[in-house]
Design a protein. Structure first.
Length: 418
């Protein structure tokens, strides 16, 4: 039986079943479509109309933006007591609607979409926001349950998605960021940037996104995902990171009298960093008890000796298992937990196309295939396909798959993407 499984397929046959691309993890293009908006819709086709619609927004209303490039004259500020509101591009192509600021070095457009007040349920979807002085998307405390779906955020002066806390220790909860691209064309303006930066947020899920070039021209940018300042129960899964300097941080500092983060899981992520990109640890668990880091694939090309680190005495009860990486798993400053079944000598030859962020296993990756432990493994892999396949689960984010000989003929419109 040939071993020809687990490449980046627009559709995959598994035991005769067709799995469409929309079911796969990672930044699928096109992204799975959202259901139609519930409530009223307001169609706009100019920047003036867009600003007017935002300033006159009411509950149960979605602003639908016609294809085009909209040069922003200022932030789109959703501020008030609203339920179920949103801004969506009119198509499922995030590139069809572009909201453009004046650039990372021009403060005339400090924010792209700014949500504040008491907004219960806001959707931002199907569009691009680019060239913003501070934050393309900023969420002030009082906002709850934001959904950021199928967006592209390009070139932010500071954090791309900033979720703030109040002085009383509350923040934005139950946020979802998915099927999106967050990137710099080359590098950030300086080292004060993150892709997603959440203070005091509970229950966030960051899934199936691409983070690229979150790096500084001088010093260290990132982490690309930073969950801290009393955040908890974050899920980070199925994402791809390419040439970022630091990728995922659950907690950051040793917070006196509290935890910087707690709970949550980091699983099924692809992380690639080329040798020319200076960086730090790829996944950091810092003052974050009861957090799991399982079945991630990490290749930092020798640029940092311990791609997974757990740190501070408050970091207890953690699990780090089944990760495939090219360096050590390192405990620092009194952190404790269960570290098991990680393979720490990964090399580029194990993967299909590392520089493209494709860390699917090659058929020859015998050090990872069937070598994982089912005890801590997620039920599905990076592609959303069930584990295990074969004798045992695989180490890393990809569950290598053999397609049976003489499978059913694929449809004529099936596209195979390597």
């Amino acid at each position: 039986m040939p071993s020809i499984k687990s490449y980046s397929l627009a559709a995959v046959f598994t035991l005769g079943t067709l799995v469409p691309m929309a079911a796969l993890a990672g930044p699928a293009t096109p992204a799975p479509p959202l259901p139609p908006p519930v409530g009223a819709t307001v169609l706009v086709s100019t920047e003036a109309q867009l600003q007017s619609a935002v300033s006159g927004l009411s509950s149960n209303t979605t602003i639908v933006v016609a294809p085009g490039t909209y040069t922003l004259t200022g932030p789109l500020y959703i501020n008030g007591t609203f339920t179920n509101v949103g801004i969506r591009g009119a198509t499922n192509n995030r590139d069809d609607v572009v909201l453009a600021g004046a650039g990372m070095n021009d403060a005339s457009v400090p924010y792209g979409i700014w949500v504040g007040g008491n907004v219960q349920g806001v959707t931002i979807a199907n569009l691009t926001i680019r060239d913003i002085y501070y934050h393309p998307i900023i969420l002030n405390a009082g906002t709850q349950s934001p959904l950021i779906h199928n967006v592209r955020l390009l070139n932010a002066g500071q954090q791309f998605i900033k979720s703030n806390a109040t002085g009383s220790g509350t923040g934005v909860n139950n946020g979802i960021v998915r099927y999106s691209i967050i990137e710099y064309a080359t590098t950030s303006r300086d080292d004060y940037t993150n892709g997603v930066d959440v203070h005091t947020g509970t229950g966030w899920a960051i899934r199936h996104n691409l983070f690229r070039n979150v790096r500084s021209p001088v010093g260290l940018a990132g982490p690309a995902i930073l969950m801290w300042n009393g955040s908890s129960n974050t899920t980070v899964e199925g994402n791809t990171f390419i040439d970022c300097q630091r990728e995922i941080s659950m907690g950051l500092i040793d917070r006196a009298g509290a935890t910087d983060h707690s709970g949550g899981i980091v699983q099924n992520n692809f992380i690639f960093r080329s040798a020319s990109v200076s960086g730090d640890t790829a996944i950091l668990i810092a003052d974050s008890p009861n957090t799991k880091v399982v079945n991630n694939s990490i290749l930092v090309s020798g640029g940092y000796s311990s791609p997974i680190e757990y740190r501070f005495a408050g970091t207890t009860g953690i699990v780090i298992a089944n990760n495939l990486l090219d360096g050590d798993v390192t405990a620092r400053d009194g952190a404790t937990g269960t570290v098991t079944n990680n393979y720490t000598s990964a090399a580029a030859g194990l993967f299909v196309s590392p520089a493209a962020g494709d860390l699917h296993l090659k058929p020859t990756a015998s050090v990872a295939i069937d070598k994982g432990s089912a005890t801590f493994a997620p039920a599905v892999d990076w592609d959303g396909r069930p584990r295990p396949f074969g004798l045992a689960v695989d180490i890393g984010a990809d569950e290598f798959r053999t397609i049976v000989s003489n499978p059913p003929a694929p449809p004529k419109n099936l596209r195979i993407i390597r």
